[in-house]
Every structure is written in C-alpha cells, then in structure tokens.
Design a protein around this ligand. Structure first.
Ligand code: AMP
Length: 469
C-alpha cells in the first residue's frame, strides 16, 4: 500500500514522494488516517520507525485550515531534548514546504527574545522542550488555551529525565477538547497513568515490542581482557578490520568519551565528541559535521543514543555495556534505521560481567561472540576486579561488586534533580567530575544540557543565567 490511501492532501503526497518514501511505515499506515479523523493516538514506537512523519504529516493537513493568534499556538509538540526538538522542526520545514504554517522552536540555549518575537507573531506549530516552555508560560509569553493538537513525543524519555511533572502541568493548561498524540518506546506505569488521564479513547498502535532490536542490525560481542587501554586497542582493531562508512561509539561516562575521542584523534581518525558538558552550539555543529560526513567517528555519551535521526550510520560501537540495558537497544538503534543494514559491536571487559548478564537477560538471548585476534575469550570464572584494576582504579566505586555500580547509579532525589540538566539523564556528573571540581550548579557558567527541565531549587539560579541569553 502506498501513501495515496492514507487521506493526505496532494501537496503532502508530492512532498512525501520527493522525500523518496514509497511505502508508509507501519506506524504511519495506522497513525496518519486515525489522526486525520481527529482521534487521540497512543503510539508505542521507537525512533527509527518513521514516527515523526506519522504525526507531522497529518498535523500539517489539519492545521492548514485556520489562523494562529499572537502567543496562542495552535499545536504543541513536546520533545525531551533540544536535539530532538530541532530534528522535528526540520521535519516540519521539509514536509510543510508547501504550506503557510508558521512554526517556533522553544529550546534552552537559545535567546528568549527571538523566541518571544516569533510567539508574538502567532504560530501554528510550537515545538518545545518542557523546561523552556514552562519558563515562557511563567513569563506570560505563551498561552496554551488555543492549542488544538498536542503531541508528547518520547514520553518514556521524558520520564527518565524527570520531566513528567512539567508535562502534566502543561497538559493541564490545555483546553479540554484537544486532540492528543502520545508516543513512547515503552509504557512504564507512570506513562500509563498519564495517558489514562489525558487521552480520550485513543487508537493504540504498537509497532514493535518494547525494547526489541531491529532485524537489520547485526550484533557482536567482543571480550577484551583488561581495561580501557586494551579496549581502545581492540576498538582500533575493529575500526581497521570493518568496512566503516561512519560510526557512533558510545561510552557510559563523559570522561571516557573525552579520553577516547582524544586517543582516536591522536591515532589519526576523523573524530568528534558529543556529551552533556558541551555548549549547545558546539553540539549542534559536531552533529552537523557528522551528518555531513565531515567527521567519520562520533564518540558519544547516551546523550545521542535516543531519537537522533542520523541516517545511514554504518556502525555502532559500545565501548562499554550501558548501565541500563534499555540504552543498549537505543544505542544500536542508531544504525540499521528504516530497514537499512547496520552493524554493532559491544566491547566488554571482565569487570562488566554483571552488566553483561543483565543485558543478556533483558534481550532474552546472548549476543554473538566476535573473536578479536590477540583477545582470547574470557573464562567465566575470571574475577572482574583483577582485570580492571590496572587501567581505571579511580573510577571504580565498587570493584568487588560491579553490580553495585549499577545499583549506585540509581539516583537519590537530590542527584536526580541535578541529572535532569544532563542530556542523557543517565550519566551522573558525580562520577565524571574530578573530586576537586565543583559541580556545575555551584559555578557561574551556563548550565548546559540536552534537557531543559528546571528543578525548583535551581529556578533562581536559572533566571540569573537566562538574563545572559
Ligand atoms: P523517525 O522514526 O521518525 O526518526 O524516522 C526514521 C527515519 O526513517 C528518518 O530518516 C525518516 O526520514 C525515514 N522515514 C520516515 N518515513 C519513511 C518511509 N515511509 N519510508 C522510508 N523512510 C522513511
């Protein structure tokens, strides 16, 4: 079945055709007609399934009738991160090329004044991260009582990043009679509660089982004896032996991202880094360079793991097994997108034995071993502490019990609030920062992060920083 049967306008059909899409993805085939009919949608879908077009395309047609009033957007799309919000705005620009719809993007790290000017002129489509939107609402610069369509994208990611209270407040500021579309890769209890509260008889669309990995991605596991140094050797070995167009290399910690990127650069690779400590402009620039093939390798923390649409990534490497097994699925999902072939390699050392066990349990299968010359398979009886001790003694909070490492990752409430400014919401600054370095919030430099949520205790600090915008 082609796109012609979904009920989209001729203008949109021609744009879709120009984009090179011939067949709607499963979520598009189900969500587009239902959205055009005015139904609420509960889409359980990961990124890479074509879900962005599944809501942007029908929205463009629905909003083509009517006019926006100052400060009263007609539709709102909430995204957990600045990058995702920017990506959705790019989709709107592409698909809405033939429409007269106006759009504004409200994300952190961008001057308030420019955003306010756009809002004053009236916008049909407002794309925002929850934190920045709340700031504008509190300043009285935007009112949500004119919203006709609401999209909450990556709802489970919002939950991870602590945005749900803000999302709930935003939903409550909407008129009763709106059309709501919720998308989430998984359906944790808290998201279910939210969708039960705000969706009216939604059409439920599940396009792949939660946390399933795409069939087009080959997955390999490389056992590496030793620590980070040995892993860097192993990684270079793979980079040489594999036919790599471009690759994202994921690390659990920003400190490891920085070291690995430096090391690869020293070895002559074309490499960039992406993590939550970088200013927004550099992050955007790095991402653009990677997308334009100016950089071949991107070393990243989980900041880049979810949602970012970088078409045609040939390889994903996990330099470490993620602490949260679900992140593995999101990481490797950066390759093999929209039916393309992709390869992923996960490097693991004996110290990660427990995390590897959790991952295999989560996946319901063992990842196929890939033997690297010079890296003999690790015996099951090998003790993790011995192998890891040499290379990274300072970082290992709990060498004797690596499982405790992941247990320690569970943030206490104070730490959780701090991490809400982190892009990935997973990497904890306490792990990454040298002991003598003050935490970001104690310093006067701008708070940088993919998310925009402002915990209450930081509001006064934030307003100071906002003045600098
Ligand atoms: P998304 O899940 O929205 O991030 O989309 C993932 C990728 O699939 C994007 O690069 C889209 O451009 C692409 N895409 C979306 N819809 C289709 C389609 N019907 N056919 C082929 N590619 C598509």
């Amino acid at each position: 079945m082609g796109f012609d049967y979904l009920g989209l306008s001729e203008d949109l059909l021609s744009i879709v055709e120009k984009s090179g899409y011939t067949v709607p993805t499963p979520i598009q085939a189900k969500a587009i007609p239902a959205t055009l009919q005015g139904r609420d949608i509960l889409g359980i879908a990961q990124t890479g399934t074509g879900k962005t077009a599944s809501f942007t395309l029908p929205m463009i047609d629905i909003l083509s009738q009517g006019r926006a009033r100052a400060r009263m957007p007609r539709s709102l799309i909430l995204e957990p991160t600045r990058e995702l919000a920017t990506q959705v705005s790019e989709s709107f620009e592409k698909y809405g090329a033939k429409s007269k719809l106006t759009m504004a993007l409200l994300i952190g790290g961008v001057a308030f004044a420019d955003q306010e000017k756009k809002l004053d002129r009236g916008v049909d489509v407002l794309i925002a991260t929850p934190g920045r939107l709340m700031d504008h609402m509190q300043r009285g610069k935007v009112m949500l009582n004119g919203v006709e369509i609401l999209v909450v994208d990556e709802a489970d990611r919002m939950l991870d990043m602590g945005f749900i209270p803000d999302v709930e407040k935003i939903c409550q500021a909407m008129p009763q009679k709106i059309q709501s579309l919720f998308f989430s890769a998984t359906m944790p209890r808290e998201i279910k509660r939210l969708t039960d509260k705000f969706l009216k008889d939604p059409k439920e669309i599940e396009v792949s089982a939660p946390a399933s990995t795409a069939q087009t991605i080959t997955q390999r596991l490389c056992m590496v004896k030793g620590g980070e140094k040995e892993k860097r050797d192993a990684l270079r070995q793979l980079l040489k032996s594999e036919k790599i167009k471009n690759a994202i290399i994921f690390c659990n910690r920003k400190s490891v991202v920085k070291i690995l990127a430096k090391s690869l650069a020293v070895h002559g690779y074309s490499v960039g880094e992406l993590h939550g400590d970088m200013v927004q402009s550099i992050r955007t620039e790095t991402l653009a360079k990677f997308k334009n093939d100016e950089i071949q390798l991107l070393v990243a923390s989980d900041v880049a793991a979810r949602g970012l649409d970088i078409p045609d990534v040939s390889h994903v490497f996990n330099f470490e097994i993620p602490n949260n097994p679900e992140d593995y699925v999101h990481r490797i999902g950066r390759t093999g997108r929209a039916g393309r072939e992709g390869s992923s390699f996960t490097l693991t050392s004996p110290a990660e034995k427990k995390n590897l066990g959790f991952l295999h349990k989560f996946l319901g299968k063992e990842i196929q071993l890939h033997e690297l010359p010079g890296h003999a398979p690790i015996k099951a009886t090998e003790r993790p502490a011995q192998a890891h001790k040499k290379s990274a003694p300072r970082k290992e909070a709990s060498k004797k019990n690596p499982a405790k490492n992941s247990a320690e990752k569970a943030p206490n409430p104070q730490e959780k609030e701090n991490t809400q400014k982190e892009n990935a919401g997973k990497t904890r600054h306490t792990k990454d920062q040298p002991k003598d370095k003050p935490n970001r919030h104690q310093k006067s430099e701008p708070v940088i992060g993919m998310g925009d949520h402002t915990p209450a205790f930081l509001l006064s600090y934030e307003s100071l920083n906002d003045k600098k915008d």
